[in-house]
Write a protein that binds this ligand. Structure first.
Ligand code: MF3
Ligand code: CO
Ligand code: CO
Length: 279
């Protein structure tokens, strides 16, 4: 059974109930998510061949300090970095290190800042120099998956409508949807109920209600959907070593549909594509 609760009345732990946030929560999330979006914008010109993911991570930490924002991943379940940097066949949770990025790489940078207790979670893909046509296509398909998932959000629909929209489009483009990781409720907590699956059917999952806040963050592969986690306990890679991509937004359900909190102020979320509502 699904239960919903006024966010202000619930304890700060994931008990499986779905929190409903009011105006104060939406305002708090706007602020946190805009710091995250601004940081991801700043990274556009900083990602290039020769730069290390450790340097990117240091920028994310410093940017947070300069903006009153704490990286939520620092010391999260033993994770010790301010970002995740997932290159090529890495699906998610890549750990920043001292290896330089190379021309042709595609890297996902995932940042979550906590501002005044609110969590702003977003990630984008960054091409390193010139990338191959197949990689370019994967980025286009994955971004379109995210936007179609977002378009399915409205009160009265089920969470499964998001997954169905994403899976249908990904598979129509001969790509596959990773099943092992999902989007999540977010707000006062980093990872909260409900889970947002990126596959499935519109008649599955809890009903969406105004005031719910969650992420949508599809991971899409050029090859098969299967992943494995490396011995570091974090890095998830495609089993067939095919390229993988991911885009993530934090959204809040409104009476009409949803508000995207992590839009790029400069229209840089997916360069070349203008999202309605972007500056
Ligand atoms: N930001 C990721 C997400 O979208 C979670 C990263 S947790 C970490 O949910 F520990 F791997 F950093
Ligand atoms: Co997330
Ligand atoms: Co994230």
């Amino acid at each position: 059974m699904v239960t919903y609760i006024d966010a202000g009345a619930a304890p700060y732990k994931n008990t499986g109930v779905i929190r409903l946030y009011g105006a104060e929560g939406f305002e708090g999330m706007r602020k946190a998510c805009q710091v995250t979006a601004l940081c991801l914008d700043e990274l556009v010109t900083r990602v290039s061949p020769g730069v290390t993911t450790e340097e990117i991570d240091r920028f994310v930490f410093e940017f947070g300090m300069d903006h009153g924002a704490l990286p939520a991943t620092l010391n999260y379940r033993g994770y010790t970095k301010s970002s995740c940097t997932s290159i090529n066949h890495v699906v998610c949770h890549g750990i920043p290190n001292d290896k330089p990025l190379r021309e042709g790489d595609i890297v996902n940078i995932d940042v979550t800042y906590v501002v005044d207790g609110w969590h702003g979670d977003s990630s984008r893909m960054y091409p390193v120099g010139e990338i191959k046509r197949a990689a370019e296509r994967l980025l286009d398909v994955t971004h379109e998956c995210l936007m179609r998932g977002i378009a399915a959000v409205r009160p009265g629909a089920r969470t499964g409508a998001i997954g169905e929209a994403i899976q249908h489009y990904a598979e129509s483009e001969r790509c596959s949807v990773v099943r092992d990781f999902c989007g999540h409720g977010v707000g006062r907590l980093f990872h909260d109920a409900p889970n947002i699956l990126h596959y499935g059917s519109a008649n599955e999952g809890p009903e969406l209600k105004e005031g719910m806040i969650f992420t949508i963050e599809p991971m899409i592969n050029l090859g098969r959907p299967h992943v494995k986690v490396l011995s570091d306990g974090w890095t998830a890679v495609t089993r067939d070593r095919s390229l993988s991509a991911q885009y993530e937004h934090t959204v809040g359900v409104t009476a009409e549909g949803c508000e995207i909190f992590t839009l790029s102020p400069a229209g840089l979320f997916k360069p070349g594509i203008q999202v309605p509502g972007d500056a």
